[in-house]
Design a protein around this ligand. Structure first.
Ligand code: SAM
Length: 387
């Protein structure tokens, strides 16, 4: 079930965190299609092979067994990188078999084979192709892959505009390959990322209206203030004193920023599993609050890096999509983790769509859940850690 068979061997692959009840595989037909193509076409892997968007490390785990010259993975996901590490270790790969870079790290200087697992976010693809384009030379082999439903005309246009002439393969098991021939004469427009916009004048939190916020590519709602976030901003707790406050799943960090601006003694911790998100939150905090104020910026799995009982307040707008699967699993994990990280008497404030029924989940985990505010679409809920 969780074994991927390739020309270079069979690999047991898991997602991160591992969940025995989770039947979702750590790869799909597009990974298989790409790996099969590389083997059948005898693609020369003796140079630098860069893999962008490899969700759970299936591509690099298989490719390291092919003995490439240098193998580099570029990922925006902390969870994806942890899965990659575990999958490589299980495959018996040498610790230095794959250079694991984040989307915020400087890319490799020269790339001979560029493999792109098309990410969910077109913005992230645009940003990363711009960043990688200078390392591509006229002989670079560029192959993209993705499920048919995720490859749009706009996706292909990005390859065309930034790298060179692009065509797609026939679909196999609902997956497609993208073949691009590098065109050194292309002069693409400058990278539009990160994107900056001004928070609207009616943003319902003191200090925020009119502030310019930076959004690195791929960050949640990177071009405008999300309506759920707005509703949470309108209903934040006050009088926090010297509270230690975690903005859990911070995105660009506007929620924590609102607290920092309104509560001068509060100590903020921003955390997200996306490197692009935490970089955005840090830039926004440094720009609008300043370097003098103490704050932590953590890329990680929820609050896992915070000790038990170490925070007074957690603010959370949980995702309900996890790598394209609609699920409340991440929200449940976040609430459980928040309970652990809160001190007794500490509070978790959550915004969610009414229909998600988070009050039931919170009651199960905390033993209580109180409605702070609601409108036609959203609820803000408060749960208290009791003992
Ligand atoms: C709905 S967005 C909210 C962003 C921001 N707080 C806001 O309200 O605009 C959810 C965020 O949770 C992050 N996230 C998803 N899984 C996570 C995890 N396991 N640990 C930390 N953050 C996670 C996503 O990257 C995303 O930025």
């Amino acid at each position: 079930m969780n074994r991927l068979t390739t020309s270079w061997g069979a690999f047991t692959l898991t997602r991160f965190p591992e969940d025995p009840r989770d039947q979702l595989r750590a790869w799909d037909a597009s990974d298989e299609y790409l790996l099969g193509h590389l083997a059948e076409s005898g693609t020369d892997l003796s140079g630098t092979v860069a893999v962008l968007g490899d969700r759970w490390g299936a591509l690099v785990t298989a490719l390291q067994a092919a003995g490439p010259g240098e193998l580099v993975q570029i990922s925006d996901s902390y969870l994806g990188r942890e899965a990659t590490r575990a999958n490589l270790a299980r495959a018996g790969a040498a610790p230095d078999a794959v250079r694991l870079l984040t989307t915020q790290d400087p890319p490799p200087g020269r790339i001979d084979v560029l493999l792109v697992r098309v990410p969910k976010s077109l913005a992230l693809l645009e940003d990363q192709l711009h960043r990688l384009a200078p390392a591509v030379h006229e002989d670079t082999v560029i192959v993209g892959t993705g499920m048919v439903k995720d490859i749009h005309t706009s996706t292909l246009r990005l390859f065309e505009r930034i790298l060179g002439t692009t065509r797609t393969s026939l679909a196999v098991k609902k997956a497609r390959l993208i073949h691009t021939t590098p065109d050194p004469s292309l002069t693409p427009r400058p990278n539009p990322w990160p994107h900056r916009y001004d928070l609207p004048a009616d943003t319902p939190a003191p200090g925020l209206p009119g502030l310019t916020v930076t959004n690195h590519a791929g960050v949640f709602c990177a071009d405008r203030l999300d309506i759920g976030t707005r509703f949470l901003l309108a209903n934040l707790p006050g009088h926090l004193g010297r509270a230690r406050v975690a903005d859990l799943g911070c995105g660009n960090g506007v929620v924590g920023l609102a607290i920092a601006l309104h509560e001068p003694d509060a100590e903020l911790v921003f955390t997200d599993e996306s490197y692009q998100a935490v970089a955005s939150a840090e830039e926004n905090f440094r720009t609008h609050v300043g370097d003098g104020r103490k704050a932590e910026f953590l890329v990680g799995d929820g609050l896992a890096d915070l000790p038990d009982g170490s925070v007074d307040l957690v603010l959370n707008n949980p995702p309900f999509h996890s790598h394209q699967a609609t699920t409340d699993r991440t929200a449940r994990r976040m609430f459980t983790d928040a309970r652990r990280a809160l001190r007794p008497g500490g509070e978790l404030w959550v915004i969610g769509n009414r229909h998600l029924g988070y009050h039931v989940t919170l009651r199960r985990i905390f033993g209580n859940s109180e409605l702070v505010a609601s409108d036609a679409k959203f609820v803000v809920l408060r749960a208290v850690r009791q003992g």
